[in-house]
Each structure stands twice: as C-alpha cells, then as structure tokens.
Design a protein around this ligand. Structure first.
Ligand SMILES: Nc1nc2c(c(=O)[nH]1)N[C@H]1C(S)=C(S)[C@@H](COP(=O)(O)O)O[C@H]1N2
Ligand SMILES: [Mo]
Length: 327
C-alpha cells in the first residue's frame, strides 16, 4: 500500500485511550443472558437483527450473535475506537483517519448484492435476503494488514460458504470475484487515481468455501460502521487485510482468476494469493513482524508475524504450491 506518514509521527495507531471493553463486555453478558433463554432465542434474535438493518441509522444498531468459540481467538480485543478510526478504505481517502471522517456519505441501505456468473441460481439479494441464509455468529479474528499492523476484532457474520452453496456454483466455477461499490456521489476518494475503481478482490473457490472465510455484516455486536465496509464485506483472516473487500455489490463466479485491484495496480508487490507470510517480504519492507494496534508505546516490542496469520488450518489449501512464487 502507500504507506503514508501520519502528521503526528508514524503511520501510527491511536493510543487506545478509552477502552470501551467494559461496555462491550457488559453487552456481551447481556447478549449471553438472552441466549440462555433459548426457547425464545433465535427467532427473536433474527427479528431484532432484521430490525437493525431496516433502521435508518447508519450504524450503532445492535446485532445479536453467539460467539463461535472454536473459530475465535481469545487474545485481547482491539478497542472499538481503534477499529473504527484507524482504517483502510481508499474510497474515502488515503489517511487512516479519513474513512471515519468521510464515510458518513455512504448509504448502506437499501442495498443489493448481485450474484452472477458460473452459478445455477444467479440472484440479487438485499440484506434481508442475506440474513436469511444462515444464523449470525460472532467470530473474533486477527486482521493483519500488509502494512505491518494487526488488530483483533469481533466480527459478526456467517461462513461465506452458506451463500456459495445457496447459489449452486456450476462445475466451471473456479474463482469468486468480489466487486465493491464505486459511486462518486458517495465516495470522495474515487477522485484519486490510486486504484482502478471499483475495488475488486478475488479468491479461489476452495478458499472462499473454507469455513473461516466470513461474510460479515457487523462487528462489536452492532451493524458494520460505514468505515468498516457497511453493509456487507468479507473477512478472510489468513490473508492480508486488502483481501477483505468492503461494501460489496457484486459476487461473480468465474472460470478464470479475477483481476484484483491491488494486483493490477502493483503486480510486483501484491499477488493474487496474498496469504499472510512472514517468509515473503514485501518488495519495500519486511513482513516478519507486526505492530498490534493499541499496544502502542515506546517499549512495546513488535510481534512476530505468523504463517497464515496463525490460521494453520488453511495450510492444506496450498499443499504443493510454492508460496514464494504464488505470493
Ligand atoms: N472497498 C475496499 N475494501 C477494502 C479496502 C479498501 O480500500 N476498499 N482496504 C482493505 C485493506 S488494505 C484493509 S487492511 C482492510 C481494513 O479493514 P478495517 O478498516 O475494517 O480494519 O480493508 C480492506 N478492504
Ligand atoms: Mo491493508
């Protein structure tokens, strides 16, 4: 990416001044208590979740979801404040603080996602249609940006595989391409030529089918804030952050490997796969370590970056591939 220096030193994370963790924990307990009332449980949740998306408020509406512990890290979570004020969303500007400042012009409702290409059931789904496909879960994932920082975020969504199965890919579907919104009226960053808009990302279909790949509609128990990719994005935790496209409007199944925005803009720097890999340096910097946002401070050592961002269960997807060549 274009690593830009923040005026007050560094491409630096916010010191996490206030930790809304207590607040968040309280809400979690509240949600857990609701969950305990199982009989009423899921139907009510579903209604409440639909409601959350129907509301006019751009963000902040609560979204209920049980934590999927098997898929979640127990590491300390990044504060909500950091996760929503230190962002990459170039459609709203290049500085980390730009999306928080500018993304209020995004209109995340109503919204439809077109599903096309090599599928037996092409369709257009609105958010309500997406919510019907599978129950929402909370998944606490590490997100590691190619720039060398990471966060731990409680996402809300469900495995992308639910949607893929629903549209029944044909035998020719080898890849999945995600196209995100590009509307100059809503996105001031499109005036910059830094990328060929729209932002496009892609996965091999078996990567997209891996249960860790998350179709995401919320975080921290609420609908996605605009700056984090409202109303729907994908989170692929074993890949660099840019493989997690925000504000998706089209999902296309293809025979050929999609042309992805970062690969087109700088093919030597960003490959199609972009698995988190401490052994493959970015041409302009090492990828061996990372800074955890919020763990700021002079004496704080960087963390070692882990292969596949620590999600070793995806390793079989790449058996026999030279990951230096297919970076
Ligand atoms: N449409 C779109 N999606 C995007 C980006 C972007 O600029 N535009 N940036 C990517 C990058 S580089 C990262 S690191 C993550 C950041 O997600 P977050 O801001 O929610 O932490 O979003 C990814 N998805
Ligand atoms: Mo990134």
């Amino acid at each position: 990416m274009l690593i830009k220096r923040h005026p007050n030193g560094l491409d630096r994370p916010f010191a996490s001044e206030i930790t809304p963790r207590e607040v968040y924990e309280e809400r979690r307990q509240f949600i857990a208590r609701i969950a305990a009332g199982a009989a009423v449980g899921s139907a009510l949740w579903e209604m409440a979740n639909r409601e959350a998306f129907a509301q006019g408020a751009p963000s902040g509406a609560k979204l209920a979801a049980k934590t999927n512990a098997a898929f979640s890290t127990t590491e300390k979570q990044t504060s909500f404040r950091d996760a929503t004020n230190y962002n990459n969303f170039y459609e709203f500007g290049l500085d980390k603080s730009d999306p928080a400042e500018n993304a209020h012009t995004l209109r995340p409702r109503p919204w439809t996602v077109a599903i096309e290409g090599e599928v037996k059931k092409p369709m257009r789904l609105d958010i309500d249609g997406l919510l019907k496909l599978a129950p929402l879960e909370e998944r606490i994932y590490r997100l590691r940006c190619v720039e060398g920082w990471s966060m731990v975020i409680p996402w809300v969504g469900y495995s992308l595989s639910n949607l893929i199965k629903h549209v029944e890919p044909t035998g020719n579907a080898k890849y999945v391409e995600f196209t995100t919104l590009a509307d100059r009226a809503q996105m001031p960053g499109l005036r910059s030529g830094v990328l060929d808009w729209p932002y496009v990302e892609g996965l091999r279909i078996d990567e997209a089918m891996h249960p860790l790949a998350l179709l995401t509609v919320g975080m921290y128990g609420q609908v996605l804030p605009n700056q984090n990719g409202a109303p729907v994005r994908v989170v692929v935790p074993w890949k660099y952050g840019f493989k997690s496209p925000k504000s998706i409007v089209r999902i296309r199944f293809t025979r050929d490997q999609p042309k992805t925005a970062w690969n087109v803009s700088a093919p030597r720097e960003y490959g199609f796969y972009s698995n988190v890999n401490p052994n493959v340096d970015h041409p302009r910097w090492s990828q061996a370590t990372e800074r955890r946002i919020g763990e700021d401070g002079f004496f704080k050592r960087k963390r070692d970056t882990l292969m596949f961002n620590g999600y070793n269960e995806v390793a079989p997807l790449y058996a026999g591939m030279d990951l230096k060549r297919f970076f």
